[in-house]
Design a protein around this ligand. Structure first.
Ligand SMILES: [Zn+2]
Length: 55
């Protein structure tokens, strides 16, 4: 299994808060854009919707 990026797991994509590396991010969003898959993790539902709104 390829594991070329772990930072997206450890930081909230919206506010940049560091999430516990041992904790599974509460919310993970997968966005597919032009064949590229982007994963983003968020602290909570609020950050997720904030991120979605500013996209
Ligand atoms: Zn956040």
């Amino acid at each position: 299994m390829a594991d070329d990026g772990e930072n997206f797991w450890t930081y909230c994509a919206h506010c940049g808060t560091q999430l516990g590396i041992d904790d599974w991010p509460p919310i993970v969003e997968m966005a597919t854009d032009g064949g590229e898959t982007d994963l983003h993790s968020f602290c909570d539902e609020e950050c997720r919707s904030g991120w979605t709104d500013t996209e």
